[in-house]
Design a protein around this ligand. Structure first.
Ligand code: SF4
Length: 490
């Protein structure tokens, strides 16, 4: 594994992010827009749920038979004149790609948006080898200029306002401060045209790969991926090994789901179907086509029956837009390449990093992500499984402290013994008094400021409501005695 530059300290970073009002405004406005567009598209699609169910079945089938489909994909791509490479981890993938570049004397690379290349930190690898690499998706270009990491799967610069981008362009590109989006995109277009024309190699991701024909599919709106995959003499595509769709006809289902869930469009502006390098009849296209199939922890995910469904993800970003945690803290708080609900489940499985086991706790388990996911990933189930693995210490990482484990055991024991529970409820009201904040003490709606050691960690990041004077059972009994109409009054 390469030494990652990822730094995962979700608690600390999320505190900083929550305090950033400008970030919050940018996040809420962008995610609201995505949600509204998606809702409209879904409402206008007949049998949306049936299509989702069918997609889920196909994904289950593919992932259960992944070895067969990947071998078939290799066979078809080779037949079409392409070359397939297999990479066990990110370091190997980056080495393969930089070696392809070095062997061909590549000096300059243009890149279209790809989460897999972010995952393996490919830009750093190119730079270490003295090869210039330029991001050509507008959002990625902005992020590269800013020296940052994407904060959303779909909209990498979602956290940046127009003013941020105007200042960034004038600082980095030496242009006047332009405010209008048309002017800013015009500047980026002029700069990128030169890069496209000078590049020796294009790198892209892969949205889907079809073993039946050896075709890879790249979905985009800006046209930059088309240029990356056709103008330079070498095209290298990097694909997470789960991106397979068995037959060409299945693409209609997946394109429909991906594009509507992502941007609410009926179809994205460009969908490229690439089968090998250019052949004798083609005017355009690269002389060489390489596909790098990336494992990087995916085989491990595949082995677990519950978490395996993480591999069904289409990277549409819909789960980020509805997540109450992501909408507050944004992508950078997650510390790595994937954020939001999908980041919370795949980062701990893909990356062996300090702090990564905090991520499954970055969820209220509300299930909004499960509801919008076009392939019905059962997020709450996977999150609970990851938390459980963490607590049991099956995975590497810091286990919860002794006091937390003891407290949970005691809580469980009390919940299983009714009389003990009633007794504790009665004495807890008086026992808590020294810790309840003054405000609200009288009316019984107070909160506990901070618990003493060894429970102080619990209240460091959470509100702890004070125990009410009257227990629920007592209130219920009183109301029943009064008029028997207890349900309405409660
Ligand atoms: S998990 Fe589902 S909703 Fe989230 S990005 Fe993947 S496909 Fe989209």
């Amino acid at each position: 594994m390469p030494s990652h530059t990822f730094q995962i300290d979700f608690k600390r970073s999320s505190k900083v992010a929550v305090a950033d009002k400008k970030l919050k405004r940018a996040l809420v406005s962008a995610t609201d827009r995505f949600r509204a567009q998606r809702s409209l598209a879904v409402e206008g699609t007949q049998e949306w749920e049936e299509i989702k169910t069918r997609a889920r079945e196909i994904k289950e089938h593919v992932i259960d038979n992944l070895d067969f489909y990947l071998e078939k994909l290799e066979e078809s791509i080779t037949k079409a004149g392409g070359v397939v490479h297999w990479a066990r981890d990110g370091e190997e993938a980056a080495n393969i790609i930089t070696a392809i570049a070095a062997e061909r004397g590549v000096k300059s690379v243009v890149k279209s948006k790809s989460m897999a290349t972010e995952e393996i930190e490919l830009n750093n690898a190119f730079e270490r080898n003295g090869i210039k690499v330029v991001e050509t998706d507008l959002g990625e270009y902005i992020i590269q200029l800013a020296g940052e990491r994407p904060s959303h799967i779909l909209a990498p610069a979602i956290h940046k306002t127009r003013d941020d981008i105007s200042k960034l362009f004038s600082r980095k590109l030496g242009v006047p401060y332009y405010e209008e989006p048309e002017e800013l995109t015009g500047i980026a277009r002029d700069k990128l045209r030169e890069e496209f024309l000078n590049a020796d190699m294009g790198v892209s991701g892969v949205n889907f790969a079809v073993p039946e024909t050896g075709t890879i599919v790249v979905v985009e709106n800006e046209g930059n991926a088309c240029l990356c995959t056709t103008l330079p003499r070498v095209h290298v595509a990097l694909m997470g090994m789960e991106k397979v769709v068995p037959r060409f006809e299945d693409l209609s289902i997946f394109l429909n789901l991906l594009i509507k869930s992502a941007t609410g469009q009926k179809l994205s502006t460009y969908v490229s179907f690439i089968t090998g390098p250019k052949n004798i009849l083609d005017n355009d296209g690269p002389e060489e086509f390489h596909l790098v199939i990336l494992d990087n922890g995916r085989s491990k995910i595949l082995a677990d029956e519950v978490t395996r469904q993480s591999l069904y993800c289409l990277r549409c970003g819909a789960c980020l837009n509805v997540c109450p945690v992501y909408r507050q803290v944004g992508g950078h708080a997650y510390g790595g390449v994937y954020s939001g609900p999908i980041g919370a489940i795949i980062m701990p499985q893909l990356m062996d990093l300090k702090g990564v086991y905090e991520l499954p706790y970055a969820s209220s388990l509300c299930g909004a992500c499960k509801e919008v996911c076009p392939v019905n990933i059962d997020f709450p189930k996977v999150l609970l499984k990851l938390r459980s693995d963490f607590v049991k210490g099956r995975e590497k990482g810091r286990r919860p402290g002794l006091s937390e484990r003891m407290a949970i055991k005691l809580w469980r024991y009390a919940m299983e013994h009714r009389r003990l529970y009633e007794f504790i409820s009665r004495i807890a009201y008086f026992a808590q008094m020294p810790f309840v904040e003054r405000k609200g003490r009288r009316n019984g709606h107070g909160r506990i400021g901070s618990l003493p050691f060894p429970f102080s960690n619990w209240t460091r990041d959470r509100d702890f409501p004070a125990v009410a004077k009257k227990t629920f059972r007592n209130r219920w009994r009183e109301l029943e005695n009064e008029n028997g109409d207890s349900e309405d009054k409660l």
